[in-house]
Design a protein around this ligand. Structure first.
Ligand SMILES: Nc1ncnc2c1ncn2[C@@H]1O[C@H](COP(=O)(O)OP(=O)(O)OP(=O)(O)O)[C@@H](O)[C@H]1O
Ligand SMILES: [Mg+2]
Length: 391
């Protein structure tokens, strides 16, 4: 039996609808289905407010499809908007529940920001001109892929660039950049960063064994981050790109506070539901007064590997509209392509391995915009900084 859309649709008939009545196919909830290289992509439409509750439905659909012979993987997303005409359908404008206004809630009760009443002065890291975070509200949206290609894009602009992989939950840089081994120490005190494609790299993955239990990793976050930032011989860098752990919990907030960030880039997929998380990410940085450099829409549209034809499977454009609504720069759209996935897995990110390709061009443009917004943010920070007067 060959794997085709009909096979997938037939399989999905075994997945019950949201109220356990009917099935997701008969209820018309399944989007266009794409299959490339044994991987199956589609989305299921659900009411926005039931997203969390319906996560098991998403998983059931993924599991059902993965059990088909010939399927190497499945990516199922819940979308909140009506799929409309399927391919190419533009999502209808959605009444926008105003996000909680980011008042300067530095001393929000409870959170780690509580200690921020007397904001510990964030110490700059000598030699590093700007540190930017790449973050997302939820996992799996392509944050690490974006971080690494953004860093290489900045490098292509002629900047001196480093990458700090601060994702304690799942460090990706060793794999994404094909780096193995442990970093050496320079003088017994500082660690020398590893290097790949002309970019300096430090990762939790170099320091912590992969099977180290999370419980132990948790408390390490702050001290490990400090070390990776300050006890590493970064040398002179124009930009250090930090790949943040996904989510907006205490660990992330602490990190956002601990690191002297010049700005943050938020990665989101186009669906409404992912955007809700993206908004949480934005608000987290606003809480700690980090300028938002913009939003990247990842897996924005799908490019069929055989024909090169473009399909808007996940309702592309959501992040752009949201960025406009929130008054945050929109940095660009990265298509879902096998190229990006395969080069990532092979440890040769697409900007380095295929610099003339479409994908690399997209990332370089994003890097250019990030650079522009970063320069502006740093200028305005410098303008606002109170002059120090010695008496
Ligand atoms: N534009 C893209 N096209 C195709 N595949 C992509 C794209 N972006 C990311 N991927 C793939 O999606 C998966 C998740 O990406 P990635 O690891 O970058 O996400 P993440 O947000 O960092 O995840 P985590 O939350 O686990 O850290 C990877 O297999 C990656 O290769
Ligand atoms: Mg990651």
């Amino acid at each position: 039996m060959t794997l085709d859309r009909q096979t997938v649709i037939d399989r999905l008939r075994s997945v019950k609808g949201p109220d356990l009545e009917g099935d997701v196919v008969s209820l018309g909830l399944v989007s266009e289905i794409f299959i490339a290289d044994g991987k199956v992509f589609f989305s299921i439409t659900v009411p926005a407010r039931r997203a969390q509750e319906l996560e098991p439905l998403r998983q059931a659909a993924e599991t059902a499809v993965k059990s088909l012979p010939g399927v190497k993987g499945a990516m199922v997303a819940l979308t909140a908007e009506k799929a409309g005409g399927g391919m190419g359908a533009t999502p209808p404008p959605r009444p926008n529940p105003a996000p909680p206004r980011p008042t300067s809630q530095r001393s929000a009760p409870g959170g780690p920001a509580a200690q921020a009443g007397q904001q510990p002065a964030k110490q700059d890291v000598p030699g590093i001109k700007a540190i930017i975070a790449v973050a997302s509200g939820k996992g799996g949206v392509g944050k690490s892929t974006t971080a690494v290609n953004l860093a290489l894009g900045l490098k292509a602009l002629g900047l001196k660039v480093g990458i700090l992989d601060a994702d304690i939950y799942g460090p990706s840089m060793p794999r994404l950049l094909g780096l193995k081994g442990k970093p050496e120490t320079a003088d017994g005190k500082t660690l020398k960063p590893m290097e790949a494609f002309g970019v300096k790299v430090m990762s939790m993955g170099f320091l912590v064994e992969e099977d180290t239990p999370m419980i132990w990793r948790g408390p390490m976050v702050v001290s490990a981050l400090r070390q990776m930032l300050r006890d590493v011989a970064w040398g002179e860098l124009d930009v250090l790109v930090v790949d943040m752990p996904p989510g907006t919990g205490d660990a992330q907030l602490t990190m956002a506070q601990q690191v002297p960030l010049a700005g943050a880039v938020i990665v989101s997929t186009p669906q409404d539901l992912a955007l809700i998380d993206a908004r949480k990410g934005l608000n987290m940085f606003r809480r700690v007064d980090v300028p938002l450099l913009g939003i990247v829409e990842n897996m924005s549209y799908f490019v069929a590997p055989d024909t090169g034809k473009r399909y808007d499977i996940f309702g592309h454009g959501g992040a752009k509209a949201e960025a406009e609504r929130l008054g945050v720069p929109f940095l660009g759209e990265v298509p879902l392509t096998m190229d990006v996935r395969e080069t990532s897995d092979a440890g040769t990110p697409v900007v380095a391995s295929n610099p003339d390709g479409v994908q690399a061009g997209v990332y370089r443009e994003i890097a250019g915009r990030v650079h522009t917004h970063l320069a502006a943010a740093m200028q305005s920070a410098a303008d606002e900084a109170p002059a120090i007067v010695f008496e």
